[in-house]
Design a protein around this ligand. Structure first.
Ligand code: BTN
Length: 255
């Protein structure tokens, strides 16, 4: 593992065979003063967490579970960190031929319309001061990492299945970390926003939006605004800028 990450300007690297959640361990390290770009990874998570309190499965030998401690030098909306993780995964997956990774706003990465990775950014505040962002990334690499359909809220696959061959977890990890370093340096720039918008799934298509506290409604996904909020035109022609959703789904799946 250390060899796979050799030469990258990381603050520290902590590798576990088994852990509860790499995000929890990274938060603990951040609290204890870990430097910027401290990376935590584990072969297996027993209490992996996803968005909205959902469980995230990381069986041994099958996935990537990575958390990075970031020390923000300037305030950037938390949603941009989800995009940072997603863009890094998309960049890494772009190394495979005929693979077009897309970002299902806010934090999922899709291959061929199906989820292969999720991102969980968590902010750690001290009073009004943002001390750290822990950026967690989980990637399904082999079929063993894909949970059974009955526990999924969106169809899932793994990288090996999507690209049609075995995939080195270590090589993929290195590519993702390189992507994180690349895009981290560009957080909040016009380039970053453009790349994020270019990668959005369902752009120009009809989607169902389920708000956190309301009934689903239908609209056309237009793109992002300057804050990284999702712009969707509803059926009455009104353009809404969303900063969170419970679910986002295409009305029709097209390849
Ligand atoms: C989601 O799609 O809901 C986000 C999933 C994030 C999973 C990763 S795996 C590494 C890190 N540790 C966790 O407990 N969660 C994140």
């Amino acid at each position: 593992m250390h060899a796979a990450l050799a030469g990258l300007p990381l603050g520290a690297v902590h590798v576990f065979m088994q852990i509860g959640s790499t995000n929890d361990e990274a938060a603990r390290l951040a609290e204890a003063g870990a430097p910027d770009l401290t990376l935590v990874t584990a072969d297996e998570q027993t209490a992996g967490r996803g968005r909205a309190g959902r469980r995230w499965f990381t069986p041994p030998g099958s996935a990537l579970a990575v958390s990075l401690v970031l020390r923000p030098s300037r305030p950037v909306p938390l949603g941009h960190y989800a995009a940072l993780g997603a863009l890094a995964v998309c960049r890494a997956l772009g190394a495979f031929p005929r693979v077009e990774a897309r970002i299902k706003w806010p934090n999922d990465v899709l291959l061929h319309q199906v989820k292969v990775a999720g991102v969980l950014p968590e902010a750690h505040w001290e009073g009004d001061t943002l001390r750290a962002v822990v950026l967690g990334i989980g990637v399904n690499v082999t079929p063993k990492a894909v949970p059974p359909p009955e526990v999924l809220d969106f169809p899932a696959t793994c990288v090996a299945q999507a690209v049609g061959r075995a995939v080195s977890r270590l090589a993929l990890l290195r590519e993702i970390v390189e992507g994180l370093l690349y895009w981290r340096a560009r957080l909040g720039t016009a380039d970053f926003l453009r790349a994020w918008e270019d990668r959005l799934a369902y752009r120009g298509a009809e989607v169902w939006v389920t708000p956190v506290d309301g009934a689903p409604w239908r609209g056309v996904l237009l793109g992002l605004d300057a804050e990284g909020r999702l712009r969707v035109r509803d059926e009455r022609g009104r353009v809404r800028a969303l900063h969170q959703v419970a679910h986002l789904r295409p009305v029709a799946v097209t390849e």
